[in-house]
Design a protein around this ligand. Structure first.
Ligand code: GAL
Length: 559
């Protein structure tokens, strides 16, 4: 098979640097001016902290975990009974049946360690002991989560024990108590150690217990866990806390955590969840419109859904937010895609979208947002979503079909209000669906590594380096490529590489016989590869075993 190859510009910078554990390689290369369309520089940051291979997905969290967490409402002002009451409320409110399964007890659990190093539970707070409480949570058909820290002490300080140098022992204790979930905080990071090192050690300890326990890296975005923690943890915090004070939240922090979490949306996939923090819905500080927008922001983010309020006293409006099945379904969509801002009108009017089921399914969630201080109209254009013709619109908060609309759909929004819509239309395959190389649902094998590539779409690429002694090169399989009908499609492979002459990659769809495709040296070369795909699910694999390496930015599929 021949590839039609287009080369857009030439010149590549690479060099070596090391800071914060990131090793950066840059070399400068100029190709002939005649071939250069514009002076254009790309920095490819070969990031040694990124896992060399995709870790096997453990399938412990195929959809974002849901539950209730103690910190936002109670800080350390809670006891055993508080937790039992909240567990009961998860059942009596119907939240358990909607998927809120985990009860997470955060902070202030211990009073020190025994001479053998084992944790001493605070018996004033937990008079029946820890196992008794966990058993109670289980008896309500729920799962139990606990909390520790990478340091010697937790964020609340002494006498609350962190797990540094007690990782195996503490994790074995948590397993013996019957816990199903561990949050590990980032306070008091021991000198000379990265958080990553301690998180990886703890993950290994969890693995050794043989007990399936979800692992939550709570490093507030430090050390960019979305780039390396797949297989180590199932979820990780991307920002600092929403709560600066107990049982109160500022709207600005909700917006900030949503926006900063969305920057890493490309790393959202099953068992790989970006977490913008436990929710504050139902706690003081938000207007009703802000609380609804907060929930909408979290579900379009495919965020772990932790209720962070007092469930025993919540009002009907709060309960209606937490129990909206259609909004929850957006969060729990099996594709696990994150949100993308598709239009920013300025003055706080934004349009966000998230594909449902598959990229190119024609079914999406849209959030229309007014972050401004005056009422304003927000409008989604179908062209921004690659949807054609008339598109059916459903209002997920009103549980109402609004009809089919041409061109787009507009709504007037009060300050800080939003609309959460499900839109169903025909995906325009001539426009194409884009699949990012770095998406964790893809499979990387051999020497394939994730690269930070600020000039690449969404900021990353996957590098396929060639055969080395003892290895046969590397491959990247784009997975979850769902097309509406069988037939001929065109895969536009967007790649970068620094070598001279062309590299040849092997391409195959669905494990069929591979074809060779030549990729001339380029920055942003695009190889267009005709492929026959099956109706429904497909995978497209690129394999490289030559000299040097090829960096794959993304794949765009058209008809
Ligand atoms: C923060 C963490 C919160 C909560 C709190 C307890 O660092 O982000 O989720 O666990 O510590 O001190």
């Amino acid at each position: 098979m021949d590839a039609t190859t287009r080369t857009e510009s030439f010149s590549l910078l690479q060099s070596v640097d090391a800071s914060m554990g990131w090793s950066v390689r840059m070399t400068k290369k100029y190709l002939s001016a005649a071939r250069t369309m514009s002076a254009f520089v790309v920095f490819l940051l070969a990031v040694s902290v990124l896992a060399a291979q995709s870790a096997p997905q453990q399938d412990l969290a195929p959809t974002p975990p849901m539950g209730w967490a103690s910190w936002n409402h109670y800080f350390c002002d809670y006891d055993d009974q508080t937790i039992r009451d909240q567990a009961d409320a998860l059942v009596s409110t119907g939240m358990r049946e909607l998927g809120y399964r985990y009860v997470l007890i955060q902070e202030c659990l211990t009073t020190g360690r025994n001479p053998d190093g084992s944790l001493i539970v605070d018996t004033k707070r937990f008079p029946h002991g820890m196992k008794d409480l966990v058993d109670y949570i289980h008896s309500r058909g729920l799962k139990a989560g606990t909390y520790t820290d990478i340091g010697l002490n937790t964020c609340a300080g002494k006498p609350y024990e962190g797990s540094f140098q007690h990782e195996d022992q503490d994790v074995a204790t948590f397993a013996a108590w019957g816990y199903d979930f561990i949050e590990m905080d980032y306070c008091n990071r021991p000198q000379g150690h990265t958080g990553r090192e301690i998180y990886e050690r703890t993950a290994e300890a969890i693995h050794k217990t043989g007990r399936p326990m979800l692992f939550y890296i709570c490093s507030w975005g430090n050390e960019a866990p979305w780039t390396w923690a797949q297989g180590t943890a199932q979820l990780w915090r991307t920002e600092s806390d929403l709560s600066a004070e107990k049982n109160h939240v500022d709207w600005g922090r909700v917006v900030k955590n949503f926006e900063s979490n969305a920057r890493h949306a490309v790393f959202n996939s099953p068992s790989s969840w970006n977490d913008p923090d436990m929710m504050e819905v139902g706690n003081p500080g938000l207007t009703p419109a802000e609380a609804q927008t907060h929930f909408s922001m979290w579900v379009i983010s495919a965020a772990p859904l932790w209720a962070g309020n007092d469930l025993t006293t919540m009002d009907a409006a709060t309960r209606a937010l937490y129990t909206n099945r259609e909004a929850i379904a957006v969060d729990q969509d099996a594709l696990g895609a994150g949100p993308e801002m598709v239009r920013n009108y300025g003055a706080g009017i934004e349009v966000w979208a998230k594909p449902l089921g598959a990229r190119g399914s024609g079914v999406m969630t849209v959030m229309l947002l007014n972050l401004g201080e005056t009422p304003a109209e927000a409008r989604v254009e179908w062209a921004d979503l690659a949807l054609s013709a008339r598109v059916a619109v459903r209002d997920l908060w009103a549980h109402k079909d609004l009809g089919a609309f041409s061109g787009g759909y507009a709504v007037r929004l009060s300050p800080h209000a939003s609309a959460l819509l499900k839109v169903t239309g025909a995906f325009d395959w001539s426009h194409g669906a884009t699949f990012e190389a770095e998406w964790p649902g893809n499979r990387r094998e051999g020497n394939a590594v994730l690269l930070a590539c600020p000039e690449c779409s969404r900021g990353y690429a996957v590098s396929l380096s060639g055969a080395k002694p003892g290895s046969t090169g590397s491959s990247l399989a784009f997975t979850h490529i769902v097309v509406p009908e069988a037939g001929r499609y065109f895969a536009h492979l967007v790649y970068v590489y620094s070598g001279e002459g062309s590299h040849t990659v092997q391409v195959s769809a669905n494990g069929n016989a591979p074809a060779s495709v030549k990729l001339p040296g380029a920055i942003y070369g695009t190889a267009v590869i005709p492929l026959d795909l099956n109706q429904g699910e497909n995978s497209i694999t690129f394999r490289y075993a030559g000299q040097g390496s090829v960096q794959i930015d993304r794949l765009k599929l058209t008809r």
